[in-house]
Write a protein that binds this ligand. Structure first.
Ligand code: NAP
Length: 332
């Protein structure tokens, strides 16, 4: 495994992180989830990402049990707050009340007394940013959270948060967690430059586009049995990228991966890690073999000519519009 600093912070994380959205507490049984976590630890992964809202809290519980007995200070455990965790008006968003309550619940479910990184899972237009940043800062002072970050915030939102934190003398955000892959590059024009200026690193999600970049989904064919596309919840999310014109373009990567001596998943994970503003790629997995496959992308360098041929192969299937970084206009 290779390790990188989280932005300009002192925290070091594994450049491949393991995340449990869709899988733990939902798509896969606990035994399979535990096997994936064990595989991640065996690969030298120390960074684990989850969220309060994944599988209504069950994802954090499963991860907490799977990591039980590991040396806590040898791990970096990341969670998030924003999406609904209950039926109430205050069971969501980035109000002081919800941040404080949800952090306590995450700590209990994960069986730990601190989070290494606590992330605002989207921007909340219904809460003053001052209130959110102060609540996060309080958690840092209380030792419940070591660092704070955000997820899918726009460049101007990141910049406002940094300016405000400096004015108020509060802890600065150190990371952003955006979607980023060969197919989805919307952070490149604005979010990445703003993050570089502000000292944030990206912890990127869906680096293999939820499985699409493995090439296992073929144009005009049914999705393979047991894949995310066939899972009730997962299927809703992956359907946005399961388009025949995209799948046809992805098949053009097969000879490029072969030539580079990489699997398709390794090529995709290695691709996001070529961006030096990326601190880690968070991989998901429904089986332990996938963890082994994808984690082997750590430390892989892709040369310029291969990067250019990837661009040529994918052509207009690549999303680049920075306007695609969005948070819900109203609280969900
Ligand atoms: N901040 C946010 O808003 C946000 C949003 C999404 C995700 N995330 C984070 O990012 C993590 C990763 O997201 P993701 O799961 O979408 O990432 P991903 O790595 O792009 O996709 C993972 C899925 O692809 C399939 N797969 C993985 N490796 C494979 C291989 N070698 N061969 C064939 N299929 C393979 C598996 O699904 P099947 O086997 O079921 O097909 C696996 O669950 C999440 O767990 C979460 O921590 C954050």
């Amino acid at each position: 495994m290779e390790f990188r600093h989280l932005g300009n912070s002192g925290l070091v994380i594994s450049e491949i992180a393991y995340g449990n959205w869709i899988t733990h507490g939902s798509q896969i049984e606990e035994e399979g989830a535990t096997a994936c976590v064990r595989a991640a630890l065996d690969e030298g992964i120390t960074t684990f990402d989850t969220a309060d809202a994944y599988a209504q809290g069950r994802a954090e519980e499963v991860l907490g049990r799977a990591l039980k007995g590991e040396r806590r200070d040898g791990l970096e455990i990341l969670s998030k707050v924003f999406w609904p965790t209950g039926p109430g008006k205050n069971d969501r968003g980035l109000s002081r009340k919800h941040i404080v309550r949800s952090c306590e619940d995450s700590l209990r479910r994960l069986g730990t007394d601190y989070l290494d990184l606590y992330q605002a899972h989207r921007f909340d237009y219904a809460t003053p940013l001052e209130e959110t940043l102060r609540a996060f800062d309080d958690l840092v002072r209380q030792g419940k959270v070591c660092y704070i970050g955000v997820s899918e915030w726009r460049a101007e939102e990141i910049e406002r948060a940094l300016t405000l934190a400096d004015e108020m003398g509060l802890d600065r955000i150190v990371s952003n967690q955006p979607q980023y892959s060969m197919l989805h590059r919307v952070i490149e024009p604005e979010v990445v430059p703003a993050s570089r200026r502000g000292g944030l690193g990206q912890i990127v999600f869906s680096p293999i586009a939820q499985g699409v970049l493995t090439g296992k989904y073929k144009p005009g064919q049914e999705a393979p049995a047991g894949s995310r596309a066939t899972d009730e919840t997962g299927g809703r999310f992956i359907s946005r990228v399961l388009k025949d014109d995209v799948l046809e373009r992805v098949q053009r990567l097969v000879p490029l991966a072969e030539e580079a001596g990489l699997t398709m998943a390794q090529l995709a994970v290695a691709w996001v890690l070529q961006n030096d503003n990326v601190s880690a790629a968070i991989i998901g997995a429904s089986r332990p073999e996938q963890v082994g496959d994808n984690a082997a992308a750590a430390g892989v360098r892709l040369d310029e000519s291969l990067m250019a041929r990837i661009d040529e192969a994918l052509g207009d299937a690549v999303q680049r519009d920075p306007a695609l970084t969005v948070s819900p206009p109203q609280r969900p």
